[in-house]
Ligand binder design. Structure first.
Ligand code: FE
Ligand code: FE
Ligand code: ZN
Length: 277
């Protein structure tokens, strides 16, 4: 069985989200830790969490991936924005301990004119100040499409961050297929080459999760517009290769395609049928 789910809403609570996952045939899921625009987090209800964990265990759901609000920018030129990102992520990591053993994905940020080198230093500073030996959550840097001044447009930029993170067992990478295709990595015609490149530059042991999205734009477009699976420039054949690749097939996959629940259910069923392991 492929480990596959999608981005789900947790606004009605954790248990209702778990039930949504079962409804669409998912065995994993991603959710925002708070409003994606980064407002105050709702208090977590411990009873809801324990009912959710129990429900997930009964239904074979695992590998929860929390996504940081996408407005956080740990490498903004504005110091207040950087402090806000650090405090919000620190708070998210504390709250995630209630779930235990999650992954927490974030966009490394945009250097807003300071240059990639300074941006990378600021991201590293933040990570080294919030990661703790005791935490059970692994924090993932997401590969980015390279819009504007985004950091994480290349494997080299992610490697430069990881190199300076002190707690190496608390850090990993989430590879977004739309983003790396937009970033110029040709996963359609040279998937093996891209995976070898990832291994050479970062190391496959850091790859913990895949965001499975088609792209509305051609290779190298740096646009970041997700498309439904098989309907964009990546195409269904490439997704069949990706989910069945020996270096990737055991990872959890998360859809972030433009769908409501029935559309996600269809994509999950389609991909599960294409999975040959
Ligand atoms: Fe993301
Ligand atoms: Fe993504
Ligand atoms: Zn995206």
């Amino acid at each position: 069985m492929l480990k596959i789910g999608c981005h789900l809403s947790v606004s009605k609570g954790f248990l209702p989200m778990g039930k949504d996952a079962v409804k669409i045939g998912a065995n994993t899921m991603q959710f925002f830790t708070r409003n994606p625009r980064g407002s105050k987090a709702k208090d977590i209800d411990p009873e809801d969490i324990s009912a959710f964990l129990e429900f997930c265990k009964e239904n074979g759901i695992s590998h929860f991936l929390a996504h940081a609000p996408y407005t956080l920018n740990p490498c903004s030129a504005n110091p207040e924005t950087r402090v806000f990102a650090k405090e919000t992520m620190g708070d998210d990591l504390k709250r995630l301990e209630l779930l235990g053993g999650c992954m927490y994905n974030f966009h490394p940020g945009s250097h807003t004119g300071q240059g990639a080198k300074t941006g990378i230093e600021q991201i590293v500073d933040m990570l080294n100040s919030i990661l703790t030996k005791e935490q059970s959550t692994v924090v993932l840097l997401e590969t980015m499409a390279g819009k504007g001044s985004e950091i994480g447009r290349s494997f080299e930029e992610l490697k430069a961050i990881i190199d300076k993170v002190e707690l190496k067992d608390k850090i990993g990478v989430c590879l977004d297929t739309c983003h790396i295709h937009d970033g110029g990595y040709d996963i359609v015609n040279d998937l093996d080459g891209v995976i070898q490149e990832f291994d050479k530059v970062i190391g496959l042991s850091y790859l913990k999760a895949i965001h499975l999205n088609d792209s509305m734009n051609p290779l190298g477009a740096h646009k970041d517009r997700h498309e439904k699976i098989g309907k964009g420039y990546i195409g269904l054949d490439a997704f069949e290769q990706i989910i069945n690749h020996p270096a990737l097939c055991n990872l959890p996959f998360y859809l972030e395609t433009p769908n409501e629940l029935p559309g996600y259910a269809e994509e999950i069923e389609k991909l599960q049928k294409l999975f040959t392991f």
